[in-house]
Design a binder for this molecule. Structure first.
Ligand SMILES: Nc1ncnc2c1ncn2[C@@H]1O[C@H](COP(=O)(O)OP(=O)(O)OP(=O)(O)O)[C@@H](O)[C@H]1O
Ligand SMILES: [Mg+2]
Length: 851
C-alpha cells in the first residue's frame, strides 16, 4: 500500500527508492493493476491520502494573516502610541487609535481575501487534467484527483502530474531540466533501475513537474501531492514570479516616501520639542503623522484593482493566472505570436498531393497517412488532416515496427512499417529538410530517378509556388528497409522523394480585426513560426498586417545575441525557427527595452511563453504551454486579447490615480505640517485627529478601482512613469499647501478662533480638498465631461460627509473638535471651490505625458 511505500525512502533504509523496483513489484505493493484502479478504491485512497496538490501553503490561515498584519511596523507604532496614551490617562486617544487600527486592518484583510478568492476561483477554472485509467477505461480527471496506484496515459505536451514509474513507453522523451538542470530531453523506458541513486539516473521513473515533450507512455503513480520529490520545488519556483517593472517602480516610490516621512517626522518632533511644546503630545502627533503619510492602502488598492481587472477579463474570456501580468499586458508594446492555432483556425485540410511531376498522386498521401497514423508523439493538425483524408481507405494491412517521433529540431517523423513482407521506412517533414535527405525520387510509374540539379530546382519551384499561395507543405519520402526492425541513427538519408502533401490552414475570421485593433493600440505584432517564410508572409498579407522584414532560423543561428538584438526591432517575421530561437527572439526584444508578450499553443512555444513579460496561451493548447502562460484565452476569438489589453491599461490607470492622489496630497501635507510646526503656537491637529483624517481619506478612496479610464490612457501602452509622477507631485502638492496656509491665516488672523475650532475647520478643509480633487485628476480632460463610477462617487462623498459631520456630533469635544460657525464653513467652502478650479487649470501641465 502507498502508506508503507511512502515511508520507504532511501534514507529510511527499509528499501530503495521506488524506481529501484520493477513494475510488477510496485503494482503488487500498490495493490493496483495495469488496467488501473477501480473508481471506488480510488475514491477511498483520495480521502485517505488527500488531493494531489501542493499549493495549499499559499493560503495563510486567517489568524496567522491577522498576526502578520499586526506585526507591520506602522501598526506596531500605533499600538505603542495607544499604550502610551492609555497609561497617561488619555482615554480618547487610546480608544480612537485602537478603532483606527482595527478598522483599517479589517478593511485590508476583507478586501484582500476577497480578491484572492476571486483569483483562486479563476485559476481553478483552468485546472490541468490527466488521462487516468479507472475501471479499465481512460477518463479525463483533474490532476488533483490522482491517487497512488493510478495508471495514467501520458503523451507529448503533458505535464507529469505525480511521481511514478514507466509501465510502457513509446519514444517518450521528458524534459527534466527542473531536477537536473539538463536542458536536453531524456528518454524514458521501462525500469527498474536498481543502481540509480538519484532521480536523474532513474530512466524508468517519472517525476512531478517535468514535462513530456515527445512520444507517449503509460505511468503508474507511486506518490502524490506534497510527498512527490520535486513537486514542492516546482511549486515554489512557480509561485515567486519576478516583480514587474510596475511593481519595481512602486517599490522604489514606497522607499522614497518612507525616507521622506522619517525625515519629516523627526523634523516636526524636534521642532515642537525645541519650541517647548508638551513632549507626549508632540510624540503622539509625530507618530500619527508617520501613519498618515504612509500610503498603507496602496497594496490593498493594487490587489483589489488587479482582482477586479481579472474578473472583468474573465467575463471577456481571458483567464489571468498571475495577477501582476495585467500590468505587463497594459504595458506590452510588442506581441509575438506563433501561427497555427493562434492566427489560423488550426482546422487543416489536405488539398493537394503532388508527385514529382506536379500532378496529384494518391500514393504520396497514402505514405504520409501511414506515417501519420503510426506516429505516437504529439499529433499535429497536419496528421489529423492526413488521416481524415484517408478515411474509408483503410490501411489495416500495414503494421508498425518502429518510430522516430517528431521533434522541433529535426522537423520530421520517421516510421518503420511492414505490409505483406515488404518493410519500408516512411519519413515526412519540413520540405527543405526532406529534400536534403533524398538522393533519388520516384516518378508516377514507380521508377526511381536520380535527383539532379534540374529536378531539384523543379521540386523547389513546385514548393515555392504553393507556399506563396499560403499553402503549407510537407515533404514525403521513403526507402526500402528489408530485415530492419529499428530505425537506426544512420538511416536518415538516402531516401526516395515521393512528393508533397499540401494543406490549407485558413486564418481565423476574427484575426484580421483583432490584429488591427492591437496595432491601433500601439502594439507591434511579430509572427514567430516554425513554418516556411512564404507561408507566413502570405498569412500576414491576408490579415493586412503591416509587417516588414523576415529572418529565418538559419539566419538567426548565425547571429549572436547582440547582433540579433540589433535586428529584432526592424524585423517582424521569423520563419523556420526552433523553440530555442523563439526564446532568443523574445530575450532580444526585451533587451531592447520592449515589454514583450508571447502567444503560442505548442510544446515548442512553452519556453518562449515563459521568457516573455506576458505569456499567453489558448484553451486548446498543450499542458506545458498552458502551464507556462500567465493568461489563457478561452475564446477562439483573438478580439478578447485586445479587450484584455484595454483592461490591463484601465487597471494601470486606476492604480496611478490612487498613487497620484496619495503622493501629491502627502507631499502637500508634509509641507504644511513642517511649516505649521514652526509658526503655529499649538499642534495643528491632535494625533487622534490626524488618524481620523487618514482613516476617512482611505475609506473615501475605495471606489477608485471601479472607475473608468480616459480613452487616451487606453490608447497606448503605459509603463511606470516616475518623472511624470514627480512633476505631478511637485505641482499639485504645493498647490494644496497654499490653500492650507490660506486657511491658517484666515482662521487665526481674521476669525481669531480658539484651538478646537481651528482644528475642526482645518480638518474639514484638509479633508474636502484631499477627497474632492479625485474628481479633477481622474481625467486629463475637463472634469465635468466624464462621469465617475457611482462607487467612487459614493465613497468619496461618504467620506466628505463624515468629515463634515464630525465636529458637529455630540461627542465632538471628546475628539477635540468644536463646531465652527456658519461663516467659517462658508469661507472654507469658497476656498475649496477655488482650490478645485485652480487644480483643474494646473492639472493640464501636471498630467502632461512624458512617455
Ligand atoms: N507531424 C508532423 N510531421 C512532420 N512534420 C511536421 C509535423 N508537424 C510539424 N512538422 C514540420 O515542422 C514544422 C514546424 O512545426 P510547427 O509548424 O508546428 O511549428 P510552429 O512554430 O508551432 O509553427 P506555427 O507558427 O505554424 O504554429 C512544420 O512547418 C512542419 O514542416
Ligand atoms: Mg504552433
Amino acid at each position: 500500500m502507498s502508506r508503507t511505500l511512502a515511508a520507504s525512502s532511501p534514507s529510511s533504509g527499509t528499501g530503495g527508492a521506488f524506481w529501484q523496483y520493477g513494475p510488477e513489484a510496485l503494482l503488487t505493493r500498490l495493490d493496483s493493476a495495469r488496467e488501473g484502479l477501480a473508481e471506488a478504491e480510488a475514491g477511498a485512497r483520495l480521502s485517505r491520502d488527500g488531493p494531489n496538490e501542493i499549493g495549499e501553503t499559499a493560503r495563510r490561515h486567517i489568524l496567522v494573516d491577522l498576526l502578520h498584519r499586526l506585526a507591520n511596523p506602522l501598526v506596531a507604532i500605533l499600538l505603542v502610541a495607544a499604550a502610551i496614551a492609555g497609561f497617561t490617562g488619555d482615554l480618547a486617544s487610546f480608544l480612537i487609535i485602537l478603532v483606527v487600527v482595527i478598522l483599517s486592518t479589517l478593511l485590508d484583510m476583507v478586501q484582500e481575501h476577497r480578491a484572492q478568492a476571486t483569483a483562486a476561483a479563476l485559476k481553478r477554472s483552468i485546472a490541468l487534467h490527466a488521462t487516468v485509467l479507472r475501471d479499465g477505461d481512460p477518463i479525463e480527471l483533474p490532476v488533483s484527483a490522482i491517487v497512488a496506484g493510478d495508471v495514467l496515459q501520458l503523451r507529448a505536451g503533458d505535464l507529469v502530474p505525480a511521481d511514478g514509474i514507466v509501465l510502457e513507453a513509446n519514444g517518450a522523451q521528458v524534459n527534466e531540466a527542473l531536477l537536473t538542470g539538463e536542458p536536453y530531453p531524456v528518454e524514458k523506458r521501462v525500469g527498474p533501475d536498481p543502481d540509480a541513486s538519484t532521480p536523474a539516473e532513474a530512466s524508468g521513473a517519472f517525476f512531478h513537474g517535468t514535462s513530456v515533450i515527445a512520444g507517449t507512455a503509460t505511468m503508474l503513480v507511486v506518490e502524490t501531492g506534497a510527498r512527490t520529490r520535486f513537486g514542492a520545488i516546482a511549486q515554489s519556483l512557480a509561485a515567486a514570479p519576478a516583480p514587474t517593472a510596475f511593481e519595481r517602480g512602486i517599490h522604489k516610490l514606497g522607499m522614497l516616501i518612507a525616507r521622506l516621512t522619517i525625515f519629516l517626522v523627526l523634523f516636526v518632533l524636534l521642532a515642537h520639542l525645541a519650541l517647548g511644546r508638551p513632549p507626549l503630545q508632540s510624540f503622539l502627533f509625530a507618530m500619527a503623522l508617520a501613519v498618515g503619510l504612509t500610503p498603507e492602502l496602496l497594496p490593498m488598492i493594487m490587489t483589489v484593482s488587479l482582482a477586479r481587472g481579472a474578473q472583468r477579463m474573465a467575463s471577456a474570456k481571458v483567464v489571468v493566472k498571475r495577477l501582476s501580468a495585467i500590468h505587463d499586458l497594459g504595458e506590452m508594446d510588442v506581441l509575438c505570436t506563433d501561427k497555427t492555432g493562434t492566427l489560423t483556425e488550426a482546422r487543416i485540410t489536405l488539398v493537394g498531393r503532388p508527385g514529382i511531376d506536379g500532378e496529384d498522386d494518391d500514393r504520396v498521401a497514402e505514405l504520409a497517412a501511414i506515417n501519420a497514423r503510426f506516429e505516437t508523439g504529439l499529433k499535429s493538425p497536419l496528421d489529423e488532416a492526413l488521416i481524415t483524408h484517408m478515411t474509408g481507405r483503410p490501411f489495416d494491412d500495414w503494421t508498425k515496427l518502429d518510430e522516430r517521433p517528431f521533434d522541433f529540431e529535426r522537423r520530421r517523423v520517421s516510421v518503420l512499417a511492414e505490409r505483406e513482407g515488404e518493410r519500408i521506412e516512411i519519413v515526412k517533414g519540413a520540405p527543405e529538410t526532406m529534400l536534403a535527405l533524398c538522393s533519388r525520387a520516384q516518378d508516377r510509374s514507380g521508377d526511381l530517378v536520380a535527383i539532379d540539379e534540374a529536378l531539384r530546382s523543379r521540386l523547389i519551384a513546385l514548393h515555392d509556388e504553393r507556399a506563396a499561395q499560403g499553402l503549407r507543405l510537407l515533404g514525403v519520402a521513403w526507402k526500402p528497409a528489408p530485415e530492419q526492425d529499428r530505425i537506426g541513427d544512420a538511416d536518415e538519408d538516402g531516401l526516395i522523394f515521393a512528393g508533397y502533401c499540401v494543406f490549407v490552414d485558413p486564418p481565423k475570421p476574427s484575426a484580421a480585426e483583432a490584429v488591427a485593433r492591437l496595432e491601433a493600440a500601439g502594439i507591434r505584432i511579430k509572427v514567430i513560426s516554425g513554418d516556411a517564410g512564404a507561408v507566413v508572409e502570405h498569412l500576414v498579407a491576408s490579415l493586412a498586417l503591416p509587417v516588414e522584414g523576415l529572418l529565418t532560423g538559419e539566419e538567426i543561428g548565425k547571429l549572436d545575441d547582440a547582433a540579433l538584438a540589433a535586428r529584432v526591432d526592424t524585423v517582424d517575421l521569423f520563419a523556420r525557427v526552433t523553440p530555442d530561437q523563439k526564446v532568443r527572439v523574445v530575450r532580444a526584444l526585451r533587451a531592447r527595452g520592449h515589454t514583450v508578450g508571447f502567444m503560442g499553443d505548442g510544446i515548442n512555444d512553452a519556453p518562449a511563453i515563459h521568457a516573455a513579460d506576458v505569456g499567453l496561451s489558448v484553451d486548446g493548447a498543450t499542458d506545458v504551454a498552458r502551464e507556462a502562460a500567465d493568461m489563457i484565452l478561452l475564446a477562439p476569438d483573438l478580439g478578447v486579447l485586445a479587450d484584455g489589453v484595454v483592461e490591463g491599461r484601465r487597471t494601470y490607470a486606476n492604480i496611478m490615480k490612487y498613487i497620484r492622489m496619495g503622493t501629491s496630497s502627502n507631499f502637500g501635507n508634509m509641507l504644511t505640517m513642517a511649516l505649521a510646526s514652526l509658526v503655529l503656537p499649538f499642534l495643528p491637529l491632535t494625533a487622534v485627529q490626524v488618524l481620523l483624517n487618514n482613516l476617512i481619506y482611505d475609506l473615501s478612496q475605495i471606489g477608485i478601482p471601479f472607475d473608468s479610464a480616459d480613452a487616451s490612457d487606453l490608447a497606448q501602452p503605459r509603463g511606470w512613469d516616475m518623472p511624470g509622477l514627480v512633476r505631478f507631485t511637485a505641482i499639485m502638492g504645493p498647490l494644496s499647501s497654499l490653500f492650507d496656509i490660506a486657511t491658517f491665516v484666515l482662521l487665526l488672523k481674521v476669525f481669531h478662533v480658539d484651538v478646537a475650532t481651528f482644528r475642526s475647520a482645518w480638518f474639514i478643509e484638509s479633508m474636502a480638498t484631499q477627497i474632492l480633487v479625485i474628481f479633477i485628476i481622474r481625467t486629463t480632460g475637463p472634469a465635468w465631461t466624464g462621469r465617475a463610477h457611482s462607487a467612487l462617487v459614493v465613497t468619496a462623498f461618504g467620506g466628505l460627509l463624515a468629515a463634515l459631520a464630525l465636529p458637529f456630533l455630540p461627542f465632538a469635544a471628546f475628539l477635540g473638535f468644536a463646531p465652527p460657525s456658519a461663516t467659517v464653513i462658508a469661507v472654507i467652502a469658497l476656498l475649496v471651490v477655488v482650490y478645485l478650479l485652480l487644480s483643474e487649470v494646473m492639472k493640464r501641465s501636471a498630467l502632461r505625458r512624458t512617455t
